[in-house]
Design a protein around this ligand. Structure first.
Ligand code: PMP
Length: 375
């Protein structure tokens, strides 16, 4: 039977208690949210939703075509200009998602005969970029510039190292200065995914590359998502104008994809302007994460010290992680749950995300629920 093998896989998932299910979220939920990536609490900010509504009224419900045909509005150009300026880069290119931005950056910068050096903890979208790229990929140890150096040693031809700035599972940060040095020694480029750094790290939320002093360098390219701290949807690649020009001409997820919806561009632009006006939001998200970590540790839970807004709490087994998250939910708290195959190291966790708008009482309640429901 066609697709018969799917049923076997489904049965394996069922018996392991690891079936993924979709749970539609009502507009008004009584749950305390420590699961979304809305780090700055901007997704429902009136200026952001109005930015989306105004853009839809002006430009329509969709972009109407690919960026090179009809899908580039003046709003896209404005967003690209302001994003590049905010993060300290010469130019930016907006995509329909951060996933598409990562596929674009890696594939367009790793031609035939090139070497891609990829951190073992990288996000799935960077991994898929490596899989699609024409170059050869070498996976190296997590957060290890010496491994990057070794991999680059002796390679002839174009080379690029790719890394998350803040890793999405444990919330730990990459050593950006050392990575940039390793790449520079070998004449290699560096592609950094700042999905979890933008809006949280750096001066007023300008991101991890800005904080590390590598933003704007002619051998550094950064990808971001508009869907986390900016409370919208979409992604972008930031870098030297000549790299961005290359992506316009060579990146398939730019050329063959419909442009970002105007509403998403309008929401992201409103969020970016708000962040410029209220830079304290970025530092607050980090402070909430650290407070969560301190309180969790004090309660005897094993949590990774957060470098940005993601706080990871170890669970004893995949099944217990799934049940722990469900018990939190039943007690009014929404948390993320990462277990195999989402975590290749086999270690399951609850994944908490700090938000700048969480109150002290909410942080306390969250920690109490997590402690009370621990397996
Ligand atoms: N990179 C990282 C590190 C991410 O966590 C995500 C989102 N989960 C993405 C890229 C993809 O971004 P988007 O959701 O905008 O496609």
């Amino acid at each position: 039977m066609a697709f018969g093998w799917i049923d076997e896989q489904a049965e394996q998932r069922r018996s392991a208690g690891l079936v993924r299910t979709l749970r539609p979220r009502p507009a008004d939920t009584p749950l305390l949210d420590l699961a979304s990536n809305d780090y700055l609490g901007l997704a429902r900010h009136p200026e952001v939703t109005e930015g989306a509504a105004r853009a839809a009224r002006t430009w329509g419900g969709g972009a109407t075509g690919s960026r090179l045909v009809t899908g580039t509005t003046e709003l896209h150009a404005e967003l690209e200009h302001e994003l590049a300026d905010f993060c300290g880069f010469e130019a930016a290119l907006v995509f329909s998602s951060g996933y598409a931005a990562n596929l674009a950056a890696v594939t367009a910068l790793a031609p035939h005969g090139s070497l891609v050096v990829s951190d073992a903890g990288n996000h799935a979208s960077l991994i898929d970029g490596c899989r699609l790229a024409r170059g050869v990929t070498q996976v190296v140890a997590h957060r290890d510039p010496d491994s990057v150096r070794k991999a680059l040693d002796g390679h002839e031809g174009p080379a690029v190292a790719v890394s998350d700035t803040v890793f999405s599972v444990d919330g730990d940060a990459a050593p950006l200065v050392a990575l940039a040095e390793a790449c520079r020694e070998h004449g290699a480029g560096l592609v950094l995914d700042d999905a979890h750094g933008l809006g949280v790290l750096g001066d007023g939320g300008r991101g991890a590359p800005h904080a590390a002093g590598v933003a704007g360098a002619d051998d550094v390219v950064v990808t971001v998502t508009l869907s986390k701290s900016l409370g919208s949807q979409g992604g972008a690649v930031l870098g030297p104008a000549r790299v961005i020009g290359h992506l316009v001409n060579a990146a398939r997820t730019f050329i063959f994809d419909t442009g970002l919806a105007p509403a998403a561009a309008g929401a992201a632009l409103a969020a970016l302007r708000l962040l410029r006006r209220e830079p304290g939001r970025a530092a607050r998200a980090g402070a909430v994460a650290r407070e969560l970590h301190t309180r969790l540790t004090a309660a005897g839970l094993e949590a990774v010290r957060p470098d940005a807004a993601v706080v990871s709490v170890r669970a004893p087994s995949p099944e217990q992680a799934v049940r722990w998250a469900a018990d939190c939910r039943a007690a009014g708290l929404s948390v993320g749950c990462f277990r195999p195959p989402s975590v290749p190291d086999g270690i399951s966790r609850l994944r908490l995300t700090a938000r700048a708008d969480l109150s002290g009482a909410e942080i306390e309640r969250a920690v109490r629920v997590i402690g009370d429901t621990r397996p």
